[in-house]
Design a protein around this ligand. Sequence first.
Ligand SMILES: [Zn+2]
Ligand SMILES: [Zn+2]
Length: 142
Amino acid sequence: MGQNNAEGGCLCGAIRYKINGKILGAAVCHCRDCQYVCGGAPSYVFLVTAQSLEITKGETASFRSTADSGAIRIRHFCKACGTPLFAENSFYPDVLSIKAGSLDDPSIYKPAAHFWTKSAPNWHCIDPDLPSLPEGESRDPK
Ligand SMILES: [Zn+2]
Ligand SMILES: [Zn+2]
């Protein structure tokens, strides 16, 4: 990916955002929580620094939960149409994961790894050419 200044938003248009910085990475998360949030599918996300996400329109609603990793996740979504948009992770407070489906042009998205494959149902597609982990990334020791 690496594309700067990508823009996106939710299905109804109430929320709009802009990325003012580098995309740090991209991954597919198969954890059970993501299956709920994505309607069964894994979560296709890319990572940016928290300060590079600029909400240019509207205000998100959020839901807080404890992930299988033990991290507190705060998931932000549109309260009008329910589109999942981005999430905070207490293990990586400077990083946000943004749902690829919310990009204006989702074709710029390119996943680089699969996480939590042990939670994937057998009908999830897992690219055999990408690194995959049965669980998440281990907690950053920094
Ligand atoms: Zn919306
Ligand atoms: Zn997940």
